[in-house]
Ligand binder design. Structure first.
Ligand code: F6R
Ligand code: ZN
Length: 194
């Protein structure tokens, strides 16, 4: 039998995420190269101080079957060209694993896509829980004018596969048009089997 793990108490600030996390992962503009349609706008942001796009605050949970890993993500408000700040997006390495996203603060979209290119989007605002079923890749986008904060919970053995999204992109992008968030076809999307 494995060694018994002690229970953990975690304080979550709805506006800032996990308080005293074991690990903070920061994603800057430079980490998002190739992910936005407007390459020039990205270059401009890089030259303007390479601002943070998002931050993940994690608690140490074993990455093993039976455990549930949880963390919070803060996506800062902003745009690269017309496209809103967003996460890189990924499929789980073990693709048959689901995930729960629960919005704590701000607003945005949980954008999901299957390997076959089917797309679904959930509008997130405080109190909205988005369920990502197995086999859906996922990315989140801050379409508001303040921090978009959410809690995520996923199986310990899910793992992450960023390569598919890096290679193909998402079929849709979220852009601002006349002050509104609009989902549009991504001109840079290359279908996996296309
Ligand atoms: C974990 C998960 C989230 C994301 C986080 C950052 O499976 O979906 O905790 O890891 O929102 O997004 P990525 O990982 O795409 O940079
Ligand atoms: Zn995930």
């Amino acid at each position: 039998m494995k060694e018994l793990m002690e229970p953990i108490r975690t304080l979550v600030d709805f506006r800032r995420g996990v308080v005293n996390p074991d690990r903070v992962i920061e994603r800057k503009t430079s980490d998002m190269q190739g992910m936005y349609v407007d390459e020039l706008a990205l270059k401009k942001l890089l030259s303007q101080g390479n601002p943070f796009i998002y931050q993940i605050r994690e608690v140490n949970i074993p990455q093993e079957t039976g455990h549930i890993i949880y963390s919070t993500t803060i996506i800062y408000p902003g745009k690269v060209g017309q496209e809103y700040f967003m996460t890189k997006g990924h499929f789980h390495a073990k693709e048959g694993t689901a995930e729960i996203y629960f919005c704590l603060e701000g607003e945005g979209y949980l954008l999901m896509q299957t390997r076959q290119g089917r797309v679904s989007a959930i509008h997130m605002k405080p109190g909205v829980l988005g369920y990502i079923p197995p086999y859906w890749g996922h990315r989140t986008i801050n379409t508001g004018n303040k921090e978009f904060v959410f809690l995520t919970l996923f199986p310990g053995d899910a793992g992450h596969n960023y390569q598919i999204i890096q290679k193909c992109g998402f079929a849709k992008i979220m852009v601002e048009e006349d002050g509104r968030a609009v989902l549009k076809d991504n001109p840079k999307y290359t279908p996996l089997n296309g």
